[in-house]
Design a protein around this ligand. Sequence first.
Ligand code: 8OZ
Length: 368
Amino acid sequence: MPFLSDPVQAGDLQLANRIAMAPLTRNRSPNAVPTDLVATYYTQRASAGLLISEATAITQQGQGYADVPGLYAPEQIAGWKKVTSSVHAAGGKIVVQLWHVGRVSHTDLQPGNAAPVAPSAIQAKTKTVLIKDGVPTFVETSMPRALELAEIPGIVADYRRAARAAIDAGFDGVEVHAANGYLIDQFLKTGSNTRTDAYGGSIENRARLLVEVLTAVSAEIGGGRTGIRLSPVTPANDVIDADPQPLFEYVVRQLGALGLSYIHVIEGATGGPREVEGRPFDYAALKAAYRAAGGNGAWMVNNAYDKALAETALANGADIVAFGRPFIANPDLVTRLERNAPLNEVNRATLYGGGAEGYTDYPALAAG
Ligand code: 8OZ
């Protein structure tokens, strides 16, 4: 039986251990450019087998929150280069999470103050963050407009361009963010997609954007450097599907032939309970469907894991466990899990926005 400290292969990525740092939004990249402080933060955590960056906008249209990073302008790529070279110098591996928020945005953040785009003109009952007079402020998301059929190839091309930019910026690969109620998840799920064209209606149609994006990204940079994050039953950002089990089994079957590096599954409600009332889901069946379709990527699980639960997951066939909040508060989480050392608690007041406090000042264990 593998241990968390054992190495693992995820497509082209040779990882030193089975502990990943989950993608975590921190809103510390003004003008969408990662700063030197961002490089320090990731480098402090480079002992993870894999660092997955915070969600990173593939275009300005894909941005939904103040001060999140992007990957579409030269200065953003230059900022990320400092992050990746510093992480690599520390012996770490890092992929970038490619993000289009779809309807989870605000006109203040969009090019020309336009409406955010979505599969359908259905507003999300969720909040986003703007900076008003220097203060992070939660506001309702704006009413979106439905994407025209003719615009969809451009969205796929934006993901492809961002994947190339990721390699230019020195990342070891990408994770396509298809979870948590953002654009790709909005297309997947019946509650946010009422289209009547080739991208709405049947499971095949609702999954079409996801399959086109993953096909394009893996053609651009190689499947072995391409991962994906899914959240079958999360209520995050007001998404729901009428029948998620066949939907997600279809999705992973389509991914089987792409040779992806990993499939990253959020079990339950993102950052919340592992069981969502009224939304049962069989994750073992999901993994079996992926393997039966020839999928050989690593199987990465996430949500509310501690060491004991993580070891049980490995015993049950997971390959990698992603830790979120524990990695915010414990830069040396790998060592702490190995030694069964106590964990620092996360300070929720400093999660989003601000500077070094609650970001790069969490202490590592004393040496020795
Ligand atoms: C917390 C705050 C803002 C965005 C996600 C990218 O849930 C996020 C996110 C999380 O995937």
